[in-house]
Design a protein. Structure first.
Length: 319
């Protein structure tokens, strides 16, 4: 038996799907535009730094001398400063941020959690120049006479803890970065922990588990992928932070061999040198530093995405 549909009804169905198709097309165009923008930035940086790559090749990445007078440029000290300062920040901020998020999500009452969360989020709104000034006049002198002096006295026989302690250098920059990325790690981790289904907690409580056992065996493992993502977002900010780091890292030109050495990051070197650079090889080399920083950021995010994907797949296999 054949059923004939009213042409007007067919037309109304087509019209009702138009908003969905427009939305899908619009979101697809926006997504493609973001990818195109990233590719365009990469192409522009590569084009404008072509002179550096033609002159030095890959030795620009491994070179350790930055001498505008002799027209010799090497990026390795600044790559090392970027990686080391960000690593110090993550080592400090990740455990503190995670424990703070666990406290806010699992232990603190609403009367305490709400204002404390607001204060932590407010920390992210402080301009980096203000944090840099605070680091120069307050944090640096404090670290010099307390933490850094203690580490030099107690562990100075280890090369990475060898002094003297100035209060301005790689370690101070790492602490500043840790403070700046803490709101990102805490806020996102807390939201992920709160989103864990209550049924998972109740099942463990029903088996007689303590609160800490529920958190360590259920809540944190389920939220692990999101927590890793929060840490990676914090690392992304640490890699690209410029002004506050420039004010406290000391602007040294050599590869740091100790936590207390003065150094520079890729972004701080660009910020301090670009306005005074001569058009030509020096400007091209600074743009090449920006290209290296962008590539490092992309690689870290891709690796993190793959890691989170494997962790998510493993969790799905366990459920």
């Amino acid at each position: 038996m054949t059923v004939l549909l009213d042409p007007r009804r067919l037309q109304s169905r087509r019209l009702s799907r138009l908003p969905d198709r427009a939305f899908v097309g619009g979101t697809g165009a926006v997504g493609a535009g973001i990818v195109a923008l990233l590719v365009l930035i990469l192409v522009l940086l590569a084009t404008n730094s072509a002179l550096t790559w033609q002159t030095f090749g890959l030795s620009f990445v491994t070179g350790t001398v930055w001498d505008p007078v002799a027209a010799v440029y090497g990026a390795l000290p600044f790559i090392a400063g970027t990686i080391f300062s960000s690593a110090i920040a993550i080592v400090i901020a990740a455990p503190i941020g995670l424990l703070t998020a666990i406290f806010l999500a699992e232990y603190a009452s609403r009367r305490i959690a709400v204002p404390l969360t607001f204060i932590i989020e407010l920390l992210a709104a402080i301009p980096s120049v203000v944090i840099g000034l605070w680091g120069v006049f307050v944090l640096g002198p404090f670290l010099k006479v307390t933490v850094e002096s203690f580490m030099v006295d107690a562990f100075g026989w280890i090369p990475i803890f060898r002094g003297p302690a100035f209060g301005i250098g790689l370690f101070a920059a790492g602490v500043i970065l840790a403070i700046m990325i803490l709101p990102t790690i805490v806020t996102i981790s807390r939201e992920i922990l709160v989103a864990v289904p209550p049924a998972q907690r109740e099942a463990m409580y029903g088996l007689g588990a303590t609160r800490w056992e529920v958190i360590s065996h259920v809540v944190v493992p389920i939220a692990r992928s999101g927590i890793i993502g929060a840490i990676i977002l914090g690392l992304g900010r640490a890699l690209g932070e410029t002004l506050a780091v420039t004010m406290v890292i000391g602007n040294g030109q050599d590869i740091p061999r100790s936590l207390f050495d003065q150094a520079q990051t890729l972004s701080s070197k660009i910020a301090t040198s670009f306005n005074e650079s001569e058009v030509g090889l020096q400007t091209s080399s600074l743009i090449a530093l920006g290209l290296i920083l962008l590539v490092i950021t992309i690689v870290i995010n891709v690796v993190a995405r793959v890691f989170v994907g494997h962790a998510t797949a493993a969790e799905a296999g366990l459920r």
